[in-house]
Structures are given as C-alpha cells and as structure tokens.
Design a binder for this molecule. Structure first.
Ligand code: F6P
Length: 346
C-alpha cells in the first residue's frame, strides 16, 4: 500500500487574482519536496461533495503563476448548508484517500473549514479575498491587484473629469469593509472617500466638493465603497437582494450618491461602477509573491500534520494561526487610517 500522503486542494467563494499562484506553490513543493500526491477538487466544496477531481502535477500546474481566476474553478457551496453534506464530504474524502485538505478562500470557505476542523477533518486554510477583510492576517492576496485596478481607474477618471469640469463618482467592491475604497482613494488622490466603517453625511460630501470648486478646482473624484452607508436619518438606506447562498448583492449605492450630489450642488456628476473588473486579470507582483509564500507555508503545515491552522502575513513574516481566530470577526478599516485620507478631502 502506498504511504504517499494525498492532499486535497480547493478554491472557494469569489475568485481572486493569485489563486493559481497558491495552487502552483502547493503542487511544486508538495510533490517535489514532500513527496505528496495533490488532488484538486473542482469548484470549491462542490467538487468534494460531487467527487469532481483532477490530479495536480508539477506539469499541469505550470504556466499559471501569472493567470487570474482559478484553474480549479470555484463556487460558494457550503457543505454545512447541504442536506447530508457532511456525510457526503467524509465519504468522498475517504473514496479519494485524502489525508488532509487545503482550503483556499475567504470568510465563507474558511468558516466552513474551521467547522470541518472541529468535526475532525484535517484542514489547513489559506486566506484569499480582494476585500482584505480577514482577521489574523495583515493582507490577503488579491487585494493589492484590486487596489491597483481601482487606482488605474481613478487616474483615468481624473483626466476626463478635469477636461469636462465634472464630479466623477467611482464605486469599488469590498463588501462591508472599506479597504479597497480607502487604499485606491488614497493612491488615486480622491477628494472624498466613503467607506462602510464611517457612515457618510451627503451634506458634508457636497460641502467638500463646493469647497474645491470655490478654490478654483472645478472637478472632483469621489470614491465610494459598495458597502458605504449614509449616516442615520440623512438618506434612505438601500435594501439589497441576496444571492442563492444568502450573501447580500451589494452594488449601486453610488447611483443614489451621484444623483444627490448633482441635485444638491448643481455640478454635472457621472458614475462608474467598477464591479468584477477588480477581480479579473493578472495578479500584481506583490500578490504573486504573497500567494506563493502562502501556498508553500500551507503545504508545509499539511506535511507537518498541523491541521486546523491558517497561514497569515504579519508584518513581513508568514506565520500561522488557528482557523477559528481567522473567521471570528471581519477586519475593518480603523478610524485612524480613515483620518489619514480625510486630510485630503475637499
Ligand atoms: O468578496 C469579494 C467580492 O468581490 C465582494 O467585494 C463583492 O461584494 C462580492 O464578492 C461580489 O460577489 P459576486 O461575485 O457573487 O457578485
């Protein structure tokens, strides 16, 4: 009987640039250094439930470092929300003789991984999300790429805003955390940044814009995180539909903000909603390196049998922490950092 350890890998939740870099690192080190066999599950936990697998080898994991998306595919399926999911998952892990699983994902995927771990399944987590909202790690890979895409968009909006003397509102993703909005707004020199952690007052937003105009700057850039919320009693709070997994489908609040700015200030105002462009395409060099380091650390944890852990970045070091800690709460933008951005408002 073979004594080679068989390690499963899956990517769950929304895709993000850098997933393939993690897979490549897990496979290269897992096979070439640890002598493991690596089994990829297709489409997140769906692949484990349905037994949809592909053997990953150094050969088929080549040439993917720079590619966005995930060669394994992804889904938001949570085994704990499927009837009989846990039993099916155990059966298939046994059927494919999986000794342990590396789950690459965000809040939902790692939340399920933490629960699996408490049920005795061998799991290691790797934190991914463009939103950068996972606790216990300073950064998730994918975030830097999303910020760069959003910053490029702001640069482009700047030149057209200036030519037409317009207010340009750019909406970026991030769910209930304002990391992408804050970082891209700072990097792009936004005149106002609205993030969920700091409810906004539309009157103050308009005052900033009027102040700029009063000083002779006849255009403005307003960056809005999709999860931004108006201060209580100032504007109607939008109600969002939910997707089939129960997550609110955020997006669109900037339409309301744009209309209010134009109506209240009389300045011509246009809106751009960046959407999934932020999640697509090649990862930045930073994300490729971070994802690679995470992948190597994850397979080392699996080789050492250190299950129930998540790899993380603290300062410049890759460390590991309990999966439970990572999903206990989401990491929000601290007020102190928002104050840095506020210096440049108006
Ligand atoms: O969590 C990543 C993210 O891109 C969020 O910023 C966004 O709100 C959400 O996913 C969009 O999800 P979907 O791809 O299902 O529309």
């Amino acid at each position: 009987m073979s004594t080679v350890a068989r390690i499963g890998v899956l990517t769950g939740g929304g895709d993000c640039p850098g997933l393939n870099a993690v897979i490549r690192a897990v496979v290269r080190k897992g096979v070439e250094r640890h002598g493991h066999a690596i089994v990829g599950f297709r489409n997140g936990y769906r692949g484990v439930l349905e037994g949809s697998v592909m053997e990953l080898t150094p050969e088929n994991a080549r040439g993917i470092l720079h590619r966005g998306g995930t060669i394994l595919g992804t889904s938001k399926i949570n085994p704990f929300r499927v009837d009989g999911g846990m039993e099916l998952l155990r059966e298939n892990l046994d059927a494919y003789r999986i000794d342990g699983l590396i789950a690459i994902g965000g809040e939902g995927t790692l939340g399920a991984a933490a629960k699996l771990s408490s049920e005795g399944v061998n799991v290691v987590g790797v934190p991914k999300t463009i939103d950068n909202d996972l606790a216990s790690t300073d950064y998730t890979f994918g975030f830097d790429t999303a910020v760069q895409v959003a910053t490029d968009a702001i640069d482009r909006l700047h030149t057209t805003a200036e030519s037409h003397n317009r207010v340009m509102v750019l909406e970026v993703m991030g769910r209930n955390a304002g990391w992408i909005g804050l970082y891209s707004g700072l990097a792009g020199g936004a005149d106002v940044i609205l993030i969920p952690e700091h409810p906004f007052d539309i009157d103050e937003v308009c005052d900033h814009i009027r102040h700029r105009h009063g000083e002779g700057h006849l255009f403005s850039i307003v960056v809005v995180s999709e999860g931004a919320v108006p201060r209580e009693g100032t504007l109607e709070v939008p109600v969002y539909d939910r997707d089939e997994y129960g997550w609110p489908k955020l997006g669109g609040i900037s339409n309301l903000i744009t209309a209010e700015i134009e109506q209240r200030t009389g300045f011509e105002t246009r809106v751009t909603i960046l959407g999934h462009v932020q999640r697509g395409g090649s990862p930045t060099a930073f994300d490729r390196v971070l994802a690679t380091r995470f992948g190597l650390a994850a397979i080392d944890l699996a080789a050492a049998g250190r299950w129930g852990r998540m790899v993380a970045l603290r300062g410049t070091e890759i460390v590991d922490c309990p999966l439970d800690d990572a999903v206990a709460e989401i990491k929000l933008v601290p007020e102190k950092l928002y104050e840095v951005a506020e210096v440049f408002f108006g």
